[in-house]
Design a protein around this ligand. Structure first.
Ligand SMILES: [Zn+2]
Length: 287
């Protein structure tokens, strides 16, 4: 069933777990994620990232995601991930998305507040929840954040607790992406999580759903510590999307005749379902 993110995150807050927000860039992936959530009997946030537009145009992918969410036996939100322009956010709204991320963190604090506030007004009128971002996570992928400026360490982008409360108060967002050590994509070195900062943010915003991007690749202990610290949504994609590659290569190489593309997709679906189910389980069970 199709729901908005706000009710999912409220339940997660009440029961101390995190909901997985997973990008689905194809029908194969979409089915893998829904099946994983159904098997685990957990809600899930089906996400479409603006930066994936070239591979999965939102006008084609959005209706597919919506149909899948409506058919699912578990609550599913239809979420725009990293909506970096107002035009694209409006497009998601017109397609029936129930949740959007207004990603203006690359701008100054004031401009971020002003642009996000405007989107909150438009979205709330339609019953759509809004995820804001204050503080940044470095990324080398265009449309997912900026690279760290030369000579700066990760702390340069970290969320400042008092400013986070000001941001939420001024914009009216329903959840907030915070930066305290996680990064997008694959971790090249062991992540250094600043749990004191997370706890200070939590204190400044009591009972408010916090969001972590870059959930792939954190250890189980780190993940659970983040959940205990108030993280209610964790974005997950990279490992599910990259890990099956090795097994798929073997599958194709070992086939006696060239497999049909739909057979490759079916095998990929099984592999990705395992990854998605692992994430959904991990975010639910806190060890
Ligand atoms: Zn992200």
């Amino acid at each position: 069933m199709l729901v908005n993110t706000k009710e999912l995150l409220n339940d997660a807050e009440k029961n101390n777990y995190a909901v997985a927000g997973i990008n689905t860039t194809s029908l194969t992936m979409l089915r893998a994620v829904i099946e994983a959530a159904e098997e685990e009997n957990m809600p899930v946030i089906l996400s479409h990232a603006q930066l994936h537009e070239p591979y999965a145009p939102i006008e084609m992918m959005g209706p597919l995601m919506k149909a899948a969410a409506q058919r699912a036996s578990v609550p599913c939100a239809l979420h725009l991930d990293h909506g970096t322009t107002e035009t694209y956010i409006y497009k998601a709204l017109s397609l029936g998305f129930t949740s959007v991320m207004a990603d203006f963190a690359r701008f100054s604090f004031e401009e971020n507040v002003q642009r996000t506030k405007k989107m909150v007004e438009v979205c709330h009128e339609k019953g759509v929840s809004v995820e804001g971002e204050y503080g940044e996570m470095p990324s080398n992928v265009e449309g997912q954040g900026r690279a760290l400026p030369e000579g700066k360490t990760l702390e340069y982008f970290f969320t400042k607790p008092e400013k986070a409360a000001e941001y939420v108060g001024k914009t009216g967002v329903d959840s907030l992406v915070v930066s305290f050590g996680s990064v997008h994509g694959i971790y090249i070195e062991k992540p250094q999580m600043d749990y004191e900062r997370l706890s200070a943010i939590r204190k400044a915003l009591p009972d408010f759903p916090l969001v972590m991007h870059g959930g792939s690749g954190l250890s189980e202990e780190d993940t659970w510590r983040c959940i205990d610290g108030g993280i209610r949504k964790i974005n997950y994609y990279t490992y599910m999307a990259c890990e099956p590659a090795k097994q798929l290569t073997g599958y194709i190489a070992d086939s006696e005749k060239p497999p049909y593309f739909h057979e490759i997709c079916e095998y990929a679906r099984e592999l990705m379902k395992e990854k998605a189910a692992y994430a959904v389980r991990l975010f639910k069970n806190r060890g």
